[in-house]
Design a protein around this ligand. Structure first.
Ligand code: G3P
Ligand code: CA
Length: 310
């Protein structure tokens, strides 16, 4: 059997981006990446149809929910409450604790370097002050992003997206990259993130899923990197969410666990999207959400909700 055929067989249960990588002759992927067996006859029909791309034009296909192929417990902002958020140390912490997926936020510096940061300002998570979007990368790179958290992390830096992506690949971690643009930079940030994501994940590691609260960023990411999965991020499911997510070609919906109802969970999954909830820090709530059929949760409490919780 030709090497390329072996690769294709190996990823037949993987999302499109990974199939594309395999077709290009890239190495096979970490074991967790392989999709579990279909859960129902309806699922089998989708698997056997040979098309793993969500086809949102077909209502029948939308109703047939396929198993979520990524980790079900995702370490939020890298290492949740156990390490300074959105740092390499946080990602390492998640890896050391056995997590197989991390979420982090990406924003642009004034000179358009994509880097990890949640807030629009530097004040809370670094020893700097002022707007991230107005600060040059050279200055950002000198800041301390760990001391605010604890002396143990003094000297931790603000990582670039490139550094974080490479670390995820090295550790075999799947990444949910949240495009977190500063106001007015929705398109620019998405272009930079999508382009770099394509470059960074053109190799063996599982491709990231790009998510955003900003529809314009998702639309831009789709244009730049159509093969990368996209997630529709929303605090609450507002009327019209389905049309919006579908128009943006999203494969998943990510919403705030505090506002989600079981009926809404049924609605989202019934419409064919994978459903993720943030930020779930209590095991009892995680249990309840999984009992509703939620596909994955983001957690800050890596100590209370371990990677194999689900
Ligand atoms: O992506 C889920 C979650 O991270 C969204 O909220 O504010 O923590 O980025 P936030
Ligand atoms: Ca986030």
């Amino acid at each position: 059997m030709a090497r390329s055929d072996e690769l294709l067989l190996g990823v037949s249960g993987c999302p499109p981006a990974q199939q594309t990588a395999a077709k290009r002759g890239k190495p096979s992927l970490p074991p967790f990446f392989f999709a579990p067996a279909p859960r129902s006859t309806a699922d089998s029909a989708v698997y056997n149809s040979g098309s793993l791309l969500p086809d949102f034009s077909s209502a029948a296909t939308r109703r047939m929910h396929r198993p979520w192929p990524y980790p079900r417990v995702v370490a939020h902002r890298g290492g949740g409450t156990l390490a300074p958020e959105n740092t390499l140390a946080a990602i390492r912490k998640a890896g050391m604790m056995g997590f197989r997926g991390v979420e982090f936020d990406v924003v642009l510096s004034a000179d358009k370097v994509p880097l990890l940061m949640h807030d629009e300002t530097l004040d809370r998570t670094t020893n700097g002050k002022g707007s991230v979007a107005a600060t040059l990368y050279a200055k950002l790179a000198r800041l301390d992003a760990g001391a605010w958290f604890s002396p143990e992390y003094r000297g931790e830096r603000v990582p670039t997206f490139e550094e974080a992506g490479k670390l995820c690949a090295r550790l075999g971690l799947w990444a949910n990259v949240e495009i977190k643009p500063a106001r007015g930079f929705q398109r620019e940030t998405a272009v930079a993130v999508a382009k770099l994501a394509l470059e960074l994940w053109s190799g063996a590691s599982p491709a990231p899923l790009l998510s955003s609260f900003e529809p314009v960023s998702l639309e831009t990411a789709r244009a730049e990197a159509p093969d990368l999965d996209r997630g529709y991020l929303t605090d609450r499911l507002a009327p019209g969410w389905n049309e919006a997510a579908r128009a943006l070609g999203c494969v998943s919906v990510h919403c705030n666990s505090q506002h989600l109802t079981e009926a809404q969970a049924d609605e989202v999954r019934g419409a064919g999207y994978w459903l993720l909830c943030y930020t779930v820090n209590e095991p009892a709530i995680a249990r309840r959400l999984f009992s509703w059929g939620i596909d994955a949760i983001f957690t800050d409490r890596l100590d209370l909700i371990p990677p194999d919780f689900a």
